[in-house]
Design a protein. Sequence first.
Length: 158
Amino acid sequence: MQYYFAMDKSYYIAALRLLQSADQVRDRLSGDFASIHGLSVNEFFFLMHLERAPLHRLSRVELAKRLHVNASTVTRMAAPMEKTGLVSRQTDDRDARLSFVVLSKAGHKKLLEANKTFTKQAGYVFQDRWKEKELEQLSNLLHRLVADAPGDLSRDDP
C-alpha cells in the first residue's frame, strides 16, 4: 500500500482518523444514552431531525437521507419509538400513500433530557484535549464536510 501519492496518503489518514474519532465519540455517548434515556445515539439523531423539521415531521424517505440509511432502516427504527410514544405516524391529507414520522410531546421531552446528557458527554470528550479556539476551528472544519447535507443539526435554531 505504499504506492499512493503524498496527497492521497493525507486523504486516507484524515478519513481514517475522522471515522475512528466518530466511532470513539459515539461509543462514549452510547452507554449513557442507553442506560439513562433508553435511546441509542442513532435514535437521538432521529428525534433531533424530527424536532428541527417543519411541523416536527418528516417522510421516511427524507429521514433516511438525513440519517444516511435506507427507508427500511427508518421503518425499523421508528417502530419501537412508536410503541413507546416518542413518535407517531401521520398520513398526508392529499396523498394517502405518503406518510410522515411525527415527533410527539413525549419524544420532545425525551429529546430535551437526552440533549443534557449529550452536552455533558461532549464536554468530557473535548475539555481535556482542546482549547476553546481549537475546538471552534475543528468545528468549522468539520462543518465544511456536512455543509451541503440535508438537516444540519448543528444550527442553533431548532
